[in-house]
Design a binder for this molecule. Structure first.
Ligand SMILES: [Zn+2]
Length: 177
C-alpha cells in the first residue's frame, strides 16, 4: 500500500514535470503500417526487403513491414521475366513485379525495388534522367546504383500519408521506351 501510494505520487510528480508515463506513446502520430508479402518474389526476396527498409529508414508517416501469417497484405511482390512494373489500386495498396528484363540489362536491383515501392507509396514516374531521383527509373543510366529517394520524394510520401491522399489506380512500367 505504501509502495502503491509512492508510485502514485511519483506519477503525479512526473506528470507535473511534463513527463508522459502511461502508455509511452510517441509524440508524433503513429505511422501507417503497410504489410507486404514477398513470399512470391523468388530470388528477389532479400532485395524486396532491402527496398522496404530504404523507405522505412527515411519516411515517418508510413512503414512497410513483412506481412504476419494469416493477415492479408496491402502489397504483393512477384517476379517474372518482364519489365519491373507496379499496379496500384489506391494509396499504399497494390502489387508489383521484380522483372528480370531490367535486372539482366544491368539495372541495380535495390534501386528497382525501392522505385517500385515508391509507386505503391503514391509516387509517379518522373523520367528526369537523373540518378539522384529514385523515380527517374530506367531514364537514369543503367550504371546508376542510387537506391534512395531524394528529399523531395521523401517529403511527397510523408505528405501523401499525412493526409491519406486519394491516389488513382494505375500501372507503371520501369521501361518507358
Ligand atoms: Zn516506375
Amino acid at each position: 500500500m505504501v509502495l502503491r501510494r509512492f508510485a502514485a505520487a511519483l506519477v503525479a510528480v512526473l506528470a507535473l514535470a511534463g513527463v508522459q508515463v502511461v502508455g509511452a506513446e510517441p509524440a508524433a502520430a503513429a505511422a501507417r503500417i503497410l504489410y507486404y508479402d514477398a513470399s512470391q518474389a523468388q530470388e528477389f526476396v532479400a532485395v524486396v526487403n532491402q527496398g522496404a527498409q530504404i523507405w522505412n529508414s527515411r519516411v515517418t508517416n508510413v512503414q512497410l513491414l513483412p506481412v504476419p501469417a494469416g493477415r492479408t497484405p496491402n502489397i504483393r511482390v512477384y517476379a517474372d521475366n518482364g519489365w519491373p512494373r507496379t499496379y496500384t489500386s489506391s494509396l499504399g495498396n497494390g502489387y508489383w513485379y521484380m522483372g528480370r528484363e531490367a535486372v539482366n540489362d544491368g539495372y541495380y536491383p535495390p534501386r528497382i525495388a525501392a522505385h517500385e515501392f515508391g509507386h505503391i507509396l503514391g509516387l509517379p514516374d518522373r523520367r528526369t534522367g537523373l540518378c539522384a531521383d529514385l523515380m527517374s527509373g530506367s531514364s537514369a543510366p543503367v550504371s546508376c546504383t542510387n537506391p534512395n529517394p531524394n528529399a523531395t520524394e521523401i517529403a511527397s510520401v510523408n505528405r501523401l500519408f499525412a493526409t491519406s491522399a486519394a491516389v488513382p489506380a494505375r500501372e507503371f512500367v520501369f521501361s518507358g521506351f
